[in-house]
Every structure is written in C-alpha cells, then in structure tokens.
Design a protein around this ligand. Sequence first.
Ligand SMILES: Nc1ncnc2c1ncn2[C@@H]1O[C@H](COP(=O)(O)OP(=O)(O)OP(=O)(O)O)[C@@H](O)[C@H]1O
Ligand SMILES: Nc1nc2c(ncn2[C@@H]2O[C@H](COP(=O)(O)O)[C@@H](O)[C@H]2O)c(=O)[nH]1
Length: 206
Amino acid sequence: MPPSGSPEGTDLSSGPKGNRLTVLSGPSGVGKSTVVAELRRSHPEVWLSVSVTTRAPRPGERHGVEYYFVPGSEFDRLVAGGELLEWAEFAGNRYGTPRAPVERRLAEGVPALLEIDLQGARQVRDTMPDALLVFLAPPSWEELESRLRGRGTEPEDVIARRLAAGRVEMAAEKEFDLTLVNTAVEDVCGRLIELLVRDDSHPRRH
Ligand SMILES: Nc1ncnc2c1ncn2[C@@H]1O[C@H](COP(=O)(O)OP(=O)(O)OP(=O)(O)O)[C@@H](O)[C@H]1O
Ligand SMILES: Nc1nc2c(ncn2[C@@H]2O[C@H](COP(=O)(O)O)[C@@H](O)[C@H]2O)c(=O)[nH]1
C-alpha cells in the first residue's frame, strides 16, 4: 500500500533490497534546489536529506527545511565527531550531509535523496558504491549562466566563483551513472521518482 498522504501514490517503502541512495549533483544554477522543492511538493513521501551549511540563509530559506544553518564552530564539531556522511567547501562556505538520518532511512529500506556538490558526490561514490549518482545538466552553458544570474541571490564575485566551479562540475559529468537535462522541472522530477523506486537487485558497476 502507498504511504498515506501520498498524492501521487508512489510506494517508496522497502523493496527486496532496500538501501537505495540517490545523489543529485550538477553545476550551481542548473536547478537542483528547484527540482528538490518540486519533489517535496509533489511527492512528500520522498525522503530528502537536509544538509548543514555555514552559508547565510537566502530570503525565504528556513532553518531545518532547505538547510540547517550553523556557525563554523558547530560545523567543526560535526566534522570532528564524524557526524557528517560527507562534506565539502563550495564557493566560500561549507556544506555537509548529516550521517544519522541517512543511515536510519537506508536501514529502514526507505530510499534517500541527497542534493550535493561534485566533491560530496565523489565521497559518497567512494564510501557507498551502491549509490546512484545522477548529474543534472543545463540545456546549455548560456542557459546556466542566465539562470544563476537571474536567481539574483549572489553578488557578481560569488557568481564568478560558482561559474568557475560549474566548469569543473560540467567536466565531471562522465563520472556519474546518468545525466538528466533540466529543461522542464516536472520531467526531471518524474525521472527522479522512477530512479528512486528502481530495482537494485542487480548491483551496478562504476
Ligand atoms: N527548468 C528550468 N527552467 C527555467 N528556469 C529554471 C529551471 N530550473 C530552475 N530554474 C531557475 O534557475 C535558477 C537556479 O535554480 P536553483 O536555485 O534551483 O539552482 P541550483 O542548482 O540549486 O543552484 P545552486 O547549486 O547554486 O544552489 C532559479 O531562478 C530557478 O527558478
Ligand atoms: N558536498 C555537499 N554539497 C552540498 C550539500 N548541500 C548542498 N550542497 C551543494 O552546495 C552547492 C551550493 O549550494 P547553495 O545552496 O549555496 O547554492 C550546491 O552545489 C549544492 O548542491 C552537502 O550537504 N554536501
């Protein structure tokens, strides 16, 4: 039976194997957060990891929803205590995935989705080789720049740092298991849902 409260009726409870971890990465501005927000709205049964970050909240971002916003000292404490599954510095701020909630969901057989940068995706690939790594690509580089600038959340120097990181991320696309092009958010969400409920009974090779 699908979990109650699931408008689309997608059953994400444990399959025979469970333990399905999916990672969504891609260059800054490609639309990862937009896709995740749409998934949260249309498929509340999907479990999305909430990262910890030292970045300041953008207007409208809520502590505990988009991120846990913490001071650097608290981030240091989490790293030292081994409480992060992975973490990275990106464009001047630090970001990390709290380990315990992910491990709990996977132990319960509930699929889990992480939205993280390339450095984090590489760490997950190394420590959890069964994870499925999904690269979210823009329709073009020009469209990526336009989305990042159009978001209007960063000053030009930060946009430049994010675009520089974006070049590196684009070059790493082949490290991922598959690519989704973010032309239409709803299409990407549909494909992600299919991937989250994938049959993992045949281990993949990287
Ligand atoms: N399919 C799309 N078509 C047009 N615009 C989009 C699409 N997806 C996202 N956008 C827009 O692109 C901008 C960047 O999206 P978003 O903030 O989700 O990117 P991101 O990948 O999460 O970036 P970052 O890594 O910097 O957090 C936003 O203004 C968003 O509304
Ligand atoms: N390695 C990790 N990267 C993360 C995590 N949470 C988010 N991110 C990535 O950081 C950049 C910038 O995000 P923004 O919200 O400041 O625009 C982006 O690529 C995110 O995917 C994390 O826990 N670990």
